[in-house]
Every structure is written in C-alpha cells, then in structure tokens.
Design a protein around this ligand. Sequence first.
Ligand code: BG6
Length: 507
Amino acid sequence: MSVTTTNPLRVGLRQERVIAPQCLVIFGASGDLTHRKLVPALFELFKQRRLPSEFAVLGCARRPWSDEEFRQKMADALGEKVEANRLAWDQFSASLFYEPVDLQKPEDLEKLATRLEEIDRLRATRSNRTFYLSVSPTFYGSGCRALANAGLLSDPKRSRVVIEKPFGRDYGSAQSLNRIVQSCTQENQIFRIDHYLGKETVQNILVLRFANTIFEPIWNRNYISSVQITAAETVGVEERAGYYESSGALRDMVQNHLTQMLAITAMEPPGRFDPEAIRNEKAKVLQAARLADEEEPWNCCIRGQYSPGGTKDAPLLGYRQEPGVDPNSTTETYVATKLFIDNWRWQGVPFYVRTGKRLAKRLSEVVLTFREAPVHLFDAAGGSPTANQLILRIQPDEGADFRFEVKSPGSGMRSRPVDMEFSYDESFGEPSDEGYVRLLADAMLGDPTLFTRNDEVEAAWRLYTPLLELIEDSPWQLPIHPYESRTWGPAAADALLARDGLLWRRP
Ligand code: BG6
C-alpha cells in the first residue's frame, strides 16, 4: 500500500503564484533604495513575466519630477541592465509613474488618492495597492497615519504597507511604532522587511533542516557545541554616514539580519508551513534568547571601529576620516557578541554573532560546530582532530560545506579534516535572485512568511536592550576597539572566544 502525503513545504511557498493586478506606491522614490534595489527587482520580475499586465509603479517623493523624468532617472541608474534589455525596459517603464508627495501634507494625500484613481482607470489596477515606505524611519508612524487618514488603508484585502528597516531604535520605540502602525491597519497588512530573509540561502536553512531527516535529530545541544553567525563586509560606511552615525553596527545589522539568521537556525519545526506557524516559532525562540551575561553585558560584547588600512597604492580611510563622520565618533562598525537560548533544544550552547564593515572578506555564514568524538583513536594531522562542522554559506559562493575527518592516505592511521561541498551555482547553474525580488513579489502577493511580525521585532530589540542601555548610559564600559581596515576585526573579539577555548572561523 502506498501512502501519499502532502509536502508541507509546498503549501506555503508554492512555486507559481500569481501577483494580482495592482499599483505599487513607493514613498521615498528619489532615494537610494528605489534605484539601487526596488526598481531593479521590479524589472527582474517583469523580465521573468511575473508581473501582471495590469500593473503600475507610482514613485512618490518631494521632488517635482514628471513621469518622464522619473523613468529617465531610473533608466540612468540601472545603466547596463537597461542597455542589455532595451525592449523589455521600454515596455516595463511604461508602467512607471511619478507624483510629488509630502506625506506630512494632507492636501498631497488628496492629490495622491486622485492620482491612484487615475492609474486604476489607465492600468486596470483595481484599487489594489501596496504602499512601500522607503522614507526616513522617523516618518514610518506618521506616514501610516497619513495613509489611514486619507482612507487609503481601509480595505484590508486591497491595501498593504511595506516598512523598511530599522523598525524602531530600541525596544520602547519599536513598541510605540507597532502601536501606531497597528492602529492604522491590521497586522496582516503590514510587511516589515528584512532583506536577509529574501536570500535563497537563508530560506534554504529551513529546507535543509525540515526536508531532510538526517539533520534534525542532531540539531540540538546533545550534538552541537557552538554556533557562529557572521556577516562580514569589505565596504566601509560609503555615503551613508548621516544614517550610520546614529545607528552603528548593532542597530544596523545585529538586531535584524543576524538575529533573523539566528531565529531561522534555532527555531523549532513549525506544525505547518504557513506564515503564522513559522513566525510563531521564530518569535518563541527569540523570546527564549538572551545575552550570555545580562547583568554585566560588557563581558559578552565587543565593539570595534575600522581605522585606516589598505595598501600604499590603494589606501583606505578610517571610519573617523570618512566624509560626514564625526572625527571623534564612537559609533561601532563592528560588533561581536555571545548569546544563549534558554530552551530544551539549546540550553548551554553559545551562539556567537559578529558583523563588521571593512573586514578582510565579504562573507555571511552560519557555522554549526559539533561535539568532539568522545574518544580519539587516531592521531590527527594537526595534533588534535577537528570537530565536525556544518557551514551554511549565505553569501557569496552560496552553498554549504560539511567538514569531517577522514583517513589521511599512507600507511599509518592518521586523520585529517576534509570538506564535502554543495554549491548553488554548480547544482542549479543560475544565480539566485536578489532578496528584494523575492520579497517584493511576496509583499504584492500578500504572503507575510518572510516578513517579521510585531512580536519578533520587539523580541529582537529586547534581546539587545542591556547593550543599548550600556552604550547610552556608560559607553566607557563597552569601549570602541580600533581595528585596521581589511582585517578580521579587533583582537578583543578573538579574546571573547578564546575564553571559551574557541576561535572565530576565518575562511
Ligand atoms: C543593510 C545595512 O541592511 O545591509 C547595510 O543597512 C549593509 O549597512 C547591508 O551594508 C548588507 O546587506 P548584504 O545583503 O550586502 O549583506
């Protein structure tokens, strides 16, 4: 007798899903994100024929651009991508429109409502709207209120709001922002974006864990001795000093991207593959997470800041020398911290999390280190056998490696570690889409699976509250350690692991 079961992974993330006719309204359309990420992602969806023909993008910002100017600016910014696909761009760009809007002015909201009705008639977009807030975070709350007051969020089936990170600056501000946003619209209309969740390799952690039988039985404190989560960048602060000076690496990367990777790695299997079941498990694991030393948080966190580096021919500025940065700035560009998760699965297993700008290599990964064999029967090539490791390569070189000991060729019985590698590129032969392609499509489809829910965001802020308070109240207790550009960060971060007899991975 054969039994057919539904593959639960297919229920939530079906391959072919159809985006309904709609208008995507981008607030902050003159900003960086629009031409660097959003319009390229939409153009990609268009080329993949995943956008309906009844579709429009309405760019909104304060600048008095015309539709034509907006189209031209986007074409200029996309450069080669447009040149290589001229015909497709001409078709796609006919769906781009622009309206000067200041979200703080009620009369502008009235103009916007009228323009949206016009677009509905012109493009048959059926009053179905996704509003994307790519504005300064200080306007997220008032922006939602303005949309609600203009009656643009009243139909929960036809309106959604996408909110960029950062969602709040700390636990308290995230709670108040949640209250405001939820008073304007229902939770299932709110899409809080974290572009790491759009990465194929982050989603793959779920498939790896819950579509294979070999990993889940050992994915716990009995077999895993520690976990390292890294997001290392080679770039510096670039042109974003204004924002970064008041944010720093803890708010910019750790509270969101690294914590989301941690949640996906550590969560319990959901009962079903549906958005709420998954988000329930992520929220639960974040609620069980804590800093390794909440009473004396300086014991479990290192902050750093890049100093000049590079070569004679290609020197690199230090953070304090970057344009727009205070020459005495104490904003961190590097953070390493240690966390525990107080639940049955993870009790006592340290999770080390680190991120930094201007590090030696661009690389994001999750590394699970397994417990050592209880008895060493063989001599190891390097003196002692290496613990097994599962390395999930988030980017670049997307894939995974499994490191284990094998017999070293020769007459003796010495062991040596080797890697078994899986590469997305080799196995699938095509690069994966940028995270924004996936996330924009999901928001327009109304699928919140890969977006963070109110309780998740609050739990993530609560987790780092002792550090944020320390930085605010007595920053000398969490001093800034300078590190040379293009190295692996401050030596103090190595000491954080050395205390536990461990090393950071340096691939
Ligand atoms: C953004 C941060 O959210 O993520 C940036 O604000 C950072 O500072 C970027 O550079 C990193 O994203 P990715 O996808 O390049 O790892």
